[in-house]
Design a protein around this ligand. Structure first.
Ligand SMILES: [Zn+2]
Ligand SMILES: [Zn+2]
Length: 287
């Protein structure tokens, strides 16, 4: 039975353009049968996604992408199959999000001192239901006429190390892995190449801390990169996952949902791994 899977998708619950229901409908129309919605630091989109997935006959596995700090690098971890209703988990996520609110207030205050005042209320309005972040500040800067584009807002003010950059509140990778395991899930490292050249040694350390797998298939990876990840995973005893990291932004290296070489036996192998681990793989599986 041929089937596509996509285990790295974003919606309006974080920084994606489309609603969770739209993401599910589009995935189904593109032949995806099993998937995860993995918004940043929130499970807010999962209920809407689950309702749509059930209607569409999709198997939705609970997911989330967590930002962690490892020796100054921003490392993203994907959590799958956890219990989204767990109170301890939600308290931690709430703490992360309140940190984001404090950070946004600090950024807005700095922008005022730099001669580019914007209203914090407007930033929250632009963010809507989403977890507030720099893209929303950038859009407020464009609206206020301080910059011509979101790109210019990042180039002039908001880029990492820029004049209006403020450090985020983050978990470390080890405590993130332990937290997700404690609430019944597994943890995969997202797009490891973004860590930089030392990613193999970083993943070796994470494996010691209990990392379960590596995002081996990713939107713009070529065959050589996939093979390097596969071989590393094999050496470290880690499972393989795959995702498009779809945000709906229309960037040049974007791939459509389900369109990055993760299908059939690769999907079956990943899902069988989750089942073997006994994690929450959804009550809405298709017959
Ligand atoms: Zn990421
Ligand atoms: Zn992502």
């Amino acid at each position: 039975m041929g089937s596509k899977g996509d285990f790295h998708l974003h919606s309006t619950a974080s920084d994606g353009v489309h609603t969770p229901a739209w993401v599910m409908e589009t995935a189904a129309a593109r032949g995806v049968r099993v998937l995860s919605l993995t918004d940043h630091d929130t499970t807010a989109g999962l209920a809407e996604a689950a309702t749509a997935a059930k209607r569409l006959g999709l198997r939705l596995i609970p997911g989330m992408e967590l930002s962690t700090d490892y020796q100054g690098a921003d490392v993203h971890l994907l959590a799958y199959g956890f219990d989204p209703s767990n109170a301890e988990l939600q308290a931690k996520l709430e703490w992360l999000r309140s940190g984001r609110l404090r950070r946004t207030e600090q950024i807005v205050a700095i922008l005022g001192r730099l001669g580019a005042p914007i209203r914090i209320e407007r930033v929250y309005e632009i963010a809507g239901e989403a977890t507030v972040g720099r893209p929303h500040v950038a859009r407020a800067l464009v609206e206020a006429g301080h910059v011509a584009s979101v790109q210019e807002a990042f180039d002039r003010f908001l880029h990492n190390g820029g004049p209006a950059d403020v450090d985020r509140v983050k978990f470390g990778p080890r405590e993130t892995i332990e937290l997700v395991h404690a609430v019944g899930g597994v943890v995969f490292c997202a797009h490891p190449v973004f860590i930089g050249e030392r990613y193999p040694e970083v993943l070796a350390q994470f494996a010691v801390w209990g990392l379960d797998g590596i995002e081996t298939y990713y939107k713009h990876y070529d065959a050589e990169t996939v093979e390097a990840h596969r071989a590393l995973g094999e050496r470290l005893g880690l499972m393989r996952s795959g995702g498009s990291d779809y945000h709906g932004l229309g960037n040049p290296d974007d791939r459509e949902i389900g369109d990055f070489g993760f299908a059939n036996e690769r999907v079956d192998e990943f899902v069988a791994y989750l089942e073997h681990k006994g994690v929450n793989t959804g009550d809405w599986r298709t017959a």
